[in-house]
Design a protein around this ligand. Structure first.
Ligand SMILES: Cc1cc2nc3c(=O)[nH]c(=O)nc-3n(C[C@H](O)[C@H](O)[C@H](O)COP(=O)(O)OP(=O)(O)OC[C@H]3O[C@@H](n4cnc5c(N)ncnc54)[C@H](O)[C@@H]3O)c2cc1C
Length: 458
């Protein structure tokens, strides 16, 4: 009779038999000393698969119907953060530091969102003009992250010189984010796409993940929607609006420092990219047409068009004398969707209010405004613009909050997303601790906690 092994038991046996942990990272052969005996490689091992119930969609009278089906609950947590961009990262750390059991779910295999995957490398605005003085507003977790990236050689521009708005290296940014998430004890799930929510009446009780393992559920006391596109609050039926905005594709050029920049400018190449910590590399922003960032046909078309135009431009650029060594180092793996869904929150944040300088009792951060022709004072961000009008147990963070049109451009920037993420995670932690709904979180307690975690509230 054939022995029956569960996957877990099989992995245990393999480890005991000297295969090491089959799925742990191995040192590549080149790095191993020459006299190291070659280990037997655990390849082509068969893991028994027991037949599972299948619940495929059915074509019935021309309609595709999805049958009701039970989902395995793979994990339960206090705070679940969806999306590992700038906002989701600070949210997860802030929640974990309140002592809440915290899980972060990300559809790709790295952290940073548009910052790293979209190659949008300039973090701004980290400062604001406050009472006529340049004041650093990104403090606390966001600043800790920037400081740690800057400790690495070629990690960041500006930071160590005490100047505003660092540009960071994307790979070091991912590395430091990984480290901080691990140190905070956050449970990290990559390669997991949140496809739906689990509702209990009007409250979000978790999410449905889609992955190579199929559909599975994670349950949570509070969910932070840091997907950038409001995937969680939209699936939960929360009131929101959808906007069209410019969709671009960023790329990086190498050997720019070897090119004759004057000749390039004379030849009409005005945008040779923005500074990076690596002296020979520049990142080149691309605005792109205003369109629907949720439409997969449109996104597919733009991926192809933008990529073609980047390569065409390079060809022309290299024809300029002294620029033949310039090359495309990288095109962003993630297309540049700026804005899609905006939440309808318990409170809308308006440009008028931001300019008034009013600081309400529910102020959870001061948004930066310094640089790039920006003329506002630092503005107070209210907690209410992150909390859905009616749906419970979800807090939004990042580029999808309830703001009026002029505020969109302020709120979607990385530095500000680091701040709203921090506040959302802290609020989720308070809600878990006080056993209350996010809309019932005591603003004074939240502000005390944020100050304790190093945030600047004016
Ligand atoms: C072309 C371009 C240029 C820009 N230039 C600048 C600039 O120079 N400086 C600046 O500060 N800002 C810039 N921005 C804005 C800034 O990059 C973003 O607005 C900011 O990164 C938003 O942060 P976020 O955390 O809200 O969302 P995102 O960075 O979009 O992160 C969202 C994360 O959630 C994940 N996710 C999404 N949906 C799901 C799901 N359903 N399930 C699981 N995971 C999911 C994503 O993979 C991603 O990791 C630019 C943006 C673009 C597009």
């Amino acid at each position: 009779m054939k022995p029956q092994f569960s996957r877990r038991r099989l992995l245990k046996l393999l480890t005991a038999a000297g295969f090491g942990t089959p799925f742990a990272t191995r040192i590549v052969a080149d790095e191993a000393p020459a006299n190291t005996p070659r280990a037997v490689r655990p390849e082509n091992i068969v893991i028994p698969v027991t037949a599972r119930d299948r619940y495929p969609a059915q074509l019935v009278d021309g309609k595709v119907l999805q049958p009701a089906r039970p989902l395995g609950v793979i994990h339960e947590t206090d705070v679940l953060v969806v999306g590992g961009g700038p906002a989701g990262f600070t949210a997860a750390i802030a929640a974990a530091r309140t002592g809440a059991n915290t899980t972060l779910v990300e559809r790709y295999g790295y952290l940073g969102g548009l910052w790293t995957g979209g190659l949008v490398l300039l973090v701004y605005p980290t400062h604001a003009t406050e009472n006529g003085e340049l004041t650093k507003v990104v403090r606390g977790i966001g600043d800790e992250l920037l400081g740690r990236i800057a400790e690495h050689a070629n990690g960041a521009t500006n930071y160590t010189a005490g100047r505003p708005d660092p540009t960071t290296d994307p790979e070091l940014t991912k590395l430091v984010m990984d480290e901080m998430i691990q140190e905070a004890g956050v449970r990290m799930l990559f390669h997991s796409w949140v496809a739906d929510v689990v509702m209990d009446g009007n409250a979000v009780r978790g999410v449905v993940l889609e992955s190579k393992a199929g559909r599975q559920a994670v349950l949570a006391k509070v969910v932070v929607d840091a997907s950038g596109d409001g995937d969680v609050f939209a699936a939960a039926g929360a009131e929101h609006e959808q906007r069209l905005h410019a969709v671009g594709l960023v790329h990086r050029l190498g050997n720019v420092d070897r090119a004759d920049l004057e000749a390039l400018k004379e030849a009409g190449f005005k945008n040779l990219g923005s500074v990076e910590p690596l002296p020979s590399v520049k990142w080149v922003n691309l605005r792109g047409p205003s369109t629907d960032g949720l439409d997969i046909a449109e996104l597919s078309r733009l991926e192809v068009e933008h990529r073609r135009s980047i390569w065409k431009r390079l060809e022309k650029l290299r024809e300029v004398p002294g620029a033949d060594k310039v090359f495309v180092l990288q095109i962003a793996p993630q297309i540049g969707v700026r804005i899609t869904r905006l939440l309808a929150g318990v409170r809308k944040m308006t440009d008028k209010e931001a300019r008034s300088g009013v600081r309400e009792p529910d102020t959870i951060a001061i948004g930066g405004t310094y640089g790039a022709g920006r003329d506002k004072p630092g503005f107070a961000i209210p907690y209410g613009c992150m909390v859905p009008k009616a749906v419970d147990n979800v807090i939004a963070a990042g580029r999808c909050l309830d703001v009026d049109t002029p505020m969109v451009e302020d709120m979607r920037l990385i530095a500000t997303c680091l701040l709203t993420g921090h506040a959302a995670g802290a609020a989720a932690g308070v809600a878990v601790r006080d056993k209350c709904r996010p809309r019932e979180v005591d603003p004074e307690k939240l502000r005390d906690l944020l100050r304790h975690q190093g945030a600047y509230l004016g």
